[in-house]
Design a protein around this ligand. Structure first.
Ligand SMILES: *Cc1c(COP(=O)(O)O)cnc(C)c1O
Ligand code: SF4
Length: 352
């Protein structure tokens, strides 16, 4: 399986850092039976299907995230994001494919995705602290496309030559899966490129593993010479508990801008009250909503899909309910488009 090429989550013995978060990362729940036990659900009828679906894309969920799930509730919105279900191997509509956003076509250099003007996205690592079942990169061949393994120098050279890349996005996988000293190595090289004016980090780690926002990370962020934007990934207000909110406060103290992107997911956040509560909770934690993404039609995720016309109605309800700055832009990724595309302008509902 391609997903099996993801990097193992072993603590790095050469790392000079305190490694509390690396231990927590390594101790994540990977066995579907254990996850069911922890949330107080019977193994029937979930376990056999979960084991089978986990062979398509392994289960992985950090324990602090499991602790935020409601016990005994199979419909818990956090559990639903990580528990492999039988629906994943049900026949998929033909529009649900392995590479729905056309990433393989735009990987000009290993590890560098060059889709939009002025912005270069670095696929720093394939590793994530959590495996989200709807992830559009669940089948991404990270082995060939990582900036960090073997290709780090090539990716840096490509960015150096690419003087149109005013903004560099660290993405993955989750870039904060890398040790902070590795991230610092990279930004030291980026700092020698005069055309790089902004740095952006796309990460879910502060949400699912708040211990990741430790002193080393915070001092690295505070030392960067660029205005830095951190785009988090929260789908439901229940993901914001005490430790997470404290981690976000530590990030804010580095003067980084904090934004959030969510994915609109059937059974997780597909109603206006849930989405409004998310925006309000994010704001209280110092984070502004950025994007609400329509699901990328990756194979195995069709049960999360919300049709575009329903998405538009939810978005209109949010616009009526909230101040403009708390309404995320409703977008989807369309292969070949010069930017994310607003779903309100997509026009006809998607087929399939
Ligand atoms: C989403 C994305 C970006 C960033 O797009 P913004 O609209 O600037 O947030 C950049 N590069 C790639 C490859 C992307 O998928
Ligand atoms: S954290 Fe992001 S990249 Fe990683 S599995 Fe979840 S959605 Fe995918």
């Amino acid at each position: 399986m391609i997903a099996a090429s993801r990097e193992p989550h072993q603590p790095d013995p050469t790392s000079p850092e305190p490694r509390a978060w690396q231990r927590e990362l390594a101790e994540a729940v990977t066995d579907p039976g254990e996850l069911l036990d922890l949330v107080g659900l019977d193994r029937e009828p979930w376990l056999a299907a979960a084991r089978r679906a986990a062979t398509l894309f392994p289960l992985r969920v950090p324990r602090p995230y499991v602790a935020r799930m409601r016990r005994g509730d199979a419909n818990d919105p956090l559990l639903r994001q990580v528990l492999p279900l039988a629906e994943e191997f049900a026949p998929q509509p033909p529009s649900f494919v392995a590479d729905p956003v056309g990433d393989l076509a735009v990987a000009a250099h290993p590890g560098v995705l060059r889709k939009y003007r002025g912005r270069a996205l670095l696929v720093t690592t394939g590793a994530c602290a959590v495996h989200c079942r709807y992830c559009f990169r669940r089948e991404f061949p990270y082995g060939e496309q990582l900036a960090s393994t073997g290709h780090w120098a090539a990716a840096v050279a490509a960015l150096r030559a690419d003087t149109d890349a005013r903004e560099v996005l660290l993405s993955g996988g989750d870039p904060l899966s890398l040790a902070t000293h590795k991230l610092a190595e990279l930004t030291t090289q980026l700092a020698t490129m005069p055309h790089v004016e902004r740095l952006r980090i796309h990460t879910r780690q502060p949400i699912v593993l708040p211990s990741r926002v430790d002193e080393a990370l915070v001092s690295w962020l505070a030392s960067l010479r660029w205005p830095t934007t951190i785009v988090l990934h929260v789908n439901h207000a229940q993901e914001l508990d005490g430790p997470t909110i404290e981690a976000l406060a530590r990030l804010r103290a580095t003067r980084a801008h904090l934004l959030n992107q969510s994915v609109l997911l059937r059974g997780v956040n597909d109603d206006a009250a849930t989405l409004a509560a998310l925006s309000v909770a994010l704001h209280a934690a110092g984070v502004l909503p950025y994007y609400l993404h329509g699901l990328d039609p990756v194979r195995g995720s069709a049960h999360f899909d919300v049709p575009d016309d329903e998405a538009r109605r939810l978005h209109e309800a949010l616009i009526r309910e909230l101040p403009g700055y708390l309404v995320p832009r409703l977008v989807r990724e369309v292969p070949g488009a010069p930017s994310k595309v607003s779903i309100s302008s997509v026009g006809t509902a998607r087929t399939g």
